[in-house]
Design a binder for this molecule. Structure first.
Ligand code: SER
Length: 848
């Protein structure tokens, strides 16, 4: 049976027992503060059980989306390592609200399993609460005594959470051992004998002080794990081998290139199971309105996502991948739970953004974890301290359970008590810090000093020195502050488990101040991880190094009067202002471009020197900037010893070929005697080409449109012209000569047409106007040649065939032509013969 058929047959069965089939509640229990996630089918009926709410039915059944990752019911640790625990699952359930009780609940469960789904009765066991003789007696109708087992509170007293409806329960277990020897494995956590259905007899409410309160009525609440029953019915040991999971596993296999082996200890198979499981939890949570965050439910989601992301790494993924599975989920579950289809785009976007943010620090965090683990192992310890776990959480965004998981993989444990203490201390610190009135950033500068690490690395671990609103100062940072015409770096800072986007970086005294997208937790003294956006930095560096090359090329092409009067180095391009008294000609621009591009192609290493200022000034041709203050030591950027050396604190490419290609895109004057060049490099040039291409395409399109229009206009013009010409026809008739004793009217005229078609049209007009007894010849000079049209009215066309007449005439003009007897055209080149030909036409016809 397919999973779809199984789900439907469950609902059909209980519908036939007068149950109302209701929709699943959202996985986010809006309105129940005691729960983070819906963890059982009965959650939506809690008020009915407690006697506080009513429904207009007393029996119900459904399939409920459930998540068990926190609180009383939490299966997270098992997921992936076994084949039948999930963080997200569907729970098939049926309920009685003060209506039927134990007898019917047991009878129908048996009927469905054995009669409808045809499970082998010998494989079924029942458990009952230790004092529930009533349930045990009822089971005796179907099962021998030895397959009815008594258990205590832990197994057979079901509670929703710390508080809420509860009661003794009776579970049905399924024995998969070949020889039916599983009796002793019931409730032993063995995969061979698993619980498939739980029938809870709700009679109490657990109150906040822990006491049990008798409820006004007795209810039935049953729950059956859908994924498990699908496996059991289809004779599969693993839930992951059912069609609930195979489409997801197939998708992961296709993307990763690893086959799903199904083995329990196969690292790839574990990773695939975790991903297939977690993506359901995360996607349905988001579809039902939750978002990853730093607290409560949001943090649980973030943890699960990060866990899945770490596992995807085990399969070789280094880019976001989980979000791509949402499509499969929408395809396979969208019919039953339409919200996943409706919210698909949002779900994908949220997951992708989370993955991207986490991947930025994952690599470094894993290295850090390795260092820590190795250090501990070298001391013979199989333990990660709470402080180290906290560092990983704080700086690399590793949730505790991720660290625990990594530890477990190395057979280590994590001191979670110490971790919890440190977390609490941090909360306390940040509460206090918020209360203290914070100093302004300007005054921080006096006391703070930030070491800039960004010349050699793009990611730095640092300590938080100061926080003020959305501004943060660290003791070390790879972020370049806006300076010397170069824009600030962009990137991300993580601390307190939160990642902040850095929008701007400014120097204030000796402190480098990062300006973030939102207020930063004031966790002074804690660790932070500062990560510069690599691509952005690379673009800026390319433009900066290109600026140095441009500066020198300008001096060589235009003269040594050229000096930098101002410059801007950004990611998109660069701008360079310099004194010069005329426009830089296109030839000069080309020469400058060529010189720079040659240096780019030469792949020259860019060297930076830190030198005492006196020594630096001795470098031949070194450029420094008048008016700039320099310290005792200066940084000099050298590109080719014989080409460019400049005092510069900026960030550069390692080698000129990283510039890619250099292109000047604008030349202008910004003041008398000051010119400005704008140029682009690498990525910028690619964008530029794309834009040009687009513009060419647009022009091509408008050219084609113009062509069309022109043709149209030509047609219209021609019509107007023909119309104007036809006005002349009456005049031609008036001038007709008579031939054949006055019986035949002969017209011969020269006209002025633009095209032979017009001449033909005019010929037609003339023929019509002649009506009877008429022959006409119209001639025109078009593009240096004579064009003729000859017409004859129907009554004389046998006698004076136009085709033959015109052919004879054309011959005289050194050309040719012919056609029908009523209308024919021809052409010739001897223009000078035309006047006499027209003059003599009547005589010519007469003799024809
Ligand atoms: N509430 C019970 C359970 O979750 C039966 O549905 O197991």
């Amino acid at each position: 049976m397919t999973s779809r058929e199984i789900r439907q047959s469950f609902l059909d069965f209980f519908a036939s027992k007068q149950h109302r089939i209701v929709p699943s509640a959202p996985v986010i229990p809006h309105g129940d503060p005691t729960l983070l996630f819906t963890n059982a089918g009965m959650n939506q009926f809690k008020d009915v059980f407690l006697g506080k709410g009513k429904r207009d039915y007393v029996r119900a059944a459904d399939t409920q989306k459930c998540i068990r990752v926190s609180g009383k019911h939490n299966d997270l640790e098992e997921v992936g390592y076994d084949t039948y625990h999930h963080t997200f699952f569907e729970m098939l359930g049926n309920w009685s609200f003060g209506d039927y009780y134990k007898a019917e609940a047991i009878e129908w469960a048996w009927e469905l399993l054995v009669k409808v789904w045809k499970l082998e009765p010998e494989r079924l066991h029942a458990t009952v609460y230790k004092t529930d003789e009533e349930a045990a007696k009822l089971w005796e109708r179907y099962l021998p005594r030895e397959r009815i087992h008594y258990f205590g509170e832990k197994d057979n007293f079901w509670e929703m959470g710390e508080t809420g409806p509860c009661g003794p329960c009776s579970e049905i277990h399924y024995d998969r051992t070949p020889d039916l020897s599983g009796g002793k494995l019931v409730n032993a956590g063995a995969p061979d004998v698993i619980e498939i259905w739980n029938l809870v007899f709700i009679q109490y409410n657990r109150t906040a002080d822990g006491t049990l309160e008798e409820l006004p009525a007795k209810h039935v609440d049953t729950g059956m794990g859908f994924e498990r029953i699908c496996a059991v019915i289809n004779g599969k040991v693993s839930n992951y081998d059912t069609d609930v999971f195979t489409p997801l596993l197939d998708a992961i296999a296709a993307m990763s290139g690893h086959k799903y082996s199904g083995a329990l200890d196969d690292m790839y198979a574990i990773a695939m199971r975790v991903m297939a499981d977690h993506i359901r939890t995360v996607s349905f949570s988001i579809a039902d309105g939750a978002l990853p965050g730093n607290e409560g439910r949001g943090y649980v989601l973030r943890r699960i996502l990060r866990r899945a992301s770490r596992y995807s790494r085990n399969l070789g993924f280094r880019e976001p991948v989980l979000y791509k599975l949402v499509q499969t989920l929408a395809d396979t579950m969208g019919d039953v739970f339409p919200e996943i289809r409706e919210q698909q785009k949002t779900v994908e976007r949220v997951i992708q953004a989370e993955e991207e943010a986490f991947l930025q620090t994952l690599e470094r965090g894993l290295e850090k974890f390795d260092d820590i683990a190795r250090r501990m192992e070298s001391h013979g310890l199989q333990r990660i301290s709470g402080a180290d776990a906290f560092l990983l959480y704080d700086t690399f965004g590793f949730p505790l359970d991720l660290t625990q998981l990594l530890a477990r993989e190395r057979r280590m444990v994590v001191d979670d008590t110490e971790f919890a203490t440190l977390m609490e201390q941090q909360r306390e610190r940040s509460r206090k810090a918020r209360k203290i009135a914070l100093q302004e950033v300007e005054t921080l500068a006096i006391s703070s000093q930030t070491e800039f690490t960004g010349y050699t690395e793009l990611q730095t671990e640092a300590t938080v020195l100061h926080v003020h609103g959305n501004q943060i100062v660290l003791d070390r940072t790879p972020f370049y502050a806006e300076m010397g015409g170069q824009v600030a770096d962009k990137g991300m800072i993580t601390l307190g488990g939160i990642s902040y986007t850095v929008l701007d970086v400014q120097k204030s005294g000796n402190a480098i101040v990062h300006i973030c997208d939102r207020d930063v937790e004031p966790l002074v003294g804690t660790k932070a991880l500062a990560t510069v956006d690599k691509r952005y930095r690379a673009d800026v560096a390319a433009n900066h190094s290109a600026t140095h090359l441009l500066h020198e090329a300008l001096r060589r092409v235009l003269g040594t009067h050229v000096q930098q009067a101002g410059s801007l180095v950004a990611a998109e391009g660069l701008r360079f202002d310099f004194p010069h008294f005329q426009k830089v000609s296109p030839e000069e621009i080309q020469a400058i471009e060529e010189m720079v591009n040659e240096k780019v192609r030469e792949n020259i290493p860019v060297r930076t020197l830190e030198l005492p200022i006196d020594e630096a000034r001795k470098i031949p041709g070194v450029k420094s900037f008048f008016g700039d203050k320099y310290g005792d030591t200066v940084r000099v950027v050298v590109i080719d010893d014989t080409f460019s050396a400049e005092f510069c604190g900026g960030t550069h490419v390692r080698s000129t070929s990283e510039i890619g290609v250099f292109k000047i895109v604008a030349e202008s004057s910004i003041a008398a005697g000051t010119r400005r060049l704008e140029a682009i490099t690498g990525t910028g040039v690619l964008h530029y080409i794309a834009q040009l291409q687009q513009r060419i395409n647009e022009q091509q399109r408008s050219y084609e449109e113009l062509q069309q229009k022109l043709k149209q206009l030509e047609k219209e013009l021609s019509k107007v012209q023909v119309h104007a010409l036809t006005q002349q026809v009456q005049g031609f008739l008036a001038k007709a000569r008579l031939a054949n004793g006055g019986h035949l009217r002969v017209v011969a005229e020269q006209v002025d047409v633009a095209h032979i078609d017009q001449l033909k049209a005019l010929g037609d007009e003339l023929r019509n106007a002649l009506g009877k007894q008429g022959v006409g010849l119209l001639a025109s000079v078009v593009e240096g040649k004579v064009q003729l049209v000859c017409v004859a009215t129907d009554d004389v066309k046998e006698r004076y065939p136009a085709g033959k007449i015109v052919a004879a005439l054309a011959k005289e003009l050194g050309g040719g032509g012919g056609g029908k007897s009523h209308l024919a055209t021809a052409g010739g080149k001897d223009i000078h013969k035309l006047p006499s030909m027209l003059q003599d036409f009547a005589a010519f016809v007469e003799k024809f």
